[in-house]
Design a protein around this ligand. Structure first.
Ligand code: SAM
Length: 338
């Protein structure tokens, strides 16, 4: 990743920018000041990130075009914000479970709308917080101790010399191909004694009474996540997180499993609330959101076929006698002090 401490950057700049190395572009016709040329160059840099891909009626990220299969448009962002409320309900209003004290430097990987990072920055004004994502879709009015970066967390990072006290990642199922590698990057980029926490799904739903079996909703997940898996993405990271943390060298690894019901069917008021947010999120962005790019790009489905699959899934998800649920995991671990 791009960020380097100020000290480091100065050194690099002096070495790489000696006049003998840098050839001057003499193609500019007027000799006055930068003006138009500067704005045209910065506009092209900005547009390489903001010139979103539009496909099948949805909008997708441009930076590292094609590497993430979900949209980044308004209805998808509404879904992510509703799910944020769902996780807060699930974890009894806690943003994280790791026993962090007074973190100075924190990063949220794949921050999405930035809603977790905004809440965290408000809660910890002492911390410098970074939210990092492929899409620059986060709001601009945010706490002063928070900044957002466009970056690819599956590329090599440059944080080892300026490590974090806390690294957080939530709902990267379907985003990441090599979680083991990513968690090792986290280990190298967190301070000794610092904590890393991942909160993630088993993307495939289940039912305890068999009511999901053979339904259109089950077929939807089998087809859609089958396409993600074909394309190389991990869609069931939750249950594997604990082992990946241990393999990376973390100690004091703690794993907790939660149930996320789909819909209002549970009797328990807490689970009913969680289930309501879960389904409301899916309805907000449409069942097409998760399915479209995966099935059209990787399984050659047509848009119409995806819409038909999604509408059957939506109809089944609304049935009270189908008792769908997901498993969700929160895992945190500490880098040893020495
Ligand atoms: C399902 S969303 C979750 C967003 C957020 N963590 C949350 O829980 O609300 C996954 C996010 O990860 C981002 N993402 C996917 N692959 C990424 C990558 N390689 N580098 C950075 N961000 C990535 C996507 O753009 C998207 O915003």
């Amino acid at each position: 990743m791009a960020e380097t401490p100020a000290q480091e950057q100065t050194t690099t700049t002096i070495i790489n920018n000696t006049p003998t190395n840098v050839e001057v572009d003499t193609s500019f016709e007027n000799d006055s000041s930068y003006g138009d040329e500067l704005s045209s160059y910065s506009e092209s840099l900005v547009s390489s990130v903001l010139d979103y891909r539009h496909e099948n009626g949805r909008r997708y990220h441009k930076f590292r075009d094609g590497s993430y299969l979900l949209p980044n448009d308004e209805s998808e962002n509404n879904r992510l914000d509703m799910l944020h409320e769902m996780y807060l309900e699930l974890l009894h209003r806690k943003l994280y479970l790791a026993p962090i004290k007074k973190p100075q430097r924190v990063i949220d990987l794949g921050t999405g709308t930035g809603i977790w990072a905004i809440d965290f920055a408000d809660l910890h004004p002492e911390a410098e917080v970074i939210g990092c994502d492929l899409s620059p879709t986060q709001p601009t009015l945010v706490p002063p101790n928070l900044k957002f970066l466009v970056d690819d967390i599956e590329s090599e990072w440059a944080y080892e010399k300026n490590p974090f006290d806390f690294i957080h990642a939530r709902y990267l199922a379907g985003s990441i191909k090599d979680f083991g590698k990513l968690i090792k990057q986290c280990y190298r980029s967190v301070k000794p004694g610092g904590w890393v926490e991942f909160q993630d799904w088993d993307g495939y739903p289940r039912s305890e009474d068999g009511s999901l079996d053979g339904t259109g909703l089950q077929r939807y997940y089998d087809e859609v996540y089958g396409a993600f898996e074909k394309a190389g993405y991990e869609v069931r990271p939750g249950v594997k997180l604990e082992q990946w943390f241990k393999d990376a060298g973390f100690v004091n690894v703690h794993a907790e499993k939660f149930i996320i019901p789909y819909g209002i069917w549970p009797k328990d008021p807490h689970l009913k609330k969680v289930g309501t947010w879960c389904q409301a999120g899916a309805e907000a962005s449409g069942y097409e959101a998760v399915a479209l790019a995966a099935l059209t790009r990787h399984k050659q489905w047509t848009q119409e076929e995806v819409i038909a699959l999604a509408s059957q899934a939506r109809a089944d998800a609304r049935k009270r006698d189908i008792h769908t649920m997901f498993d969700f995991y929160v895992v945190y671990g500490q880098r040893p002090e020495n």
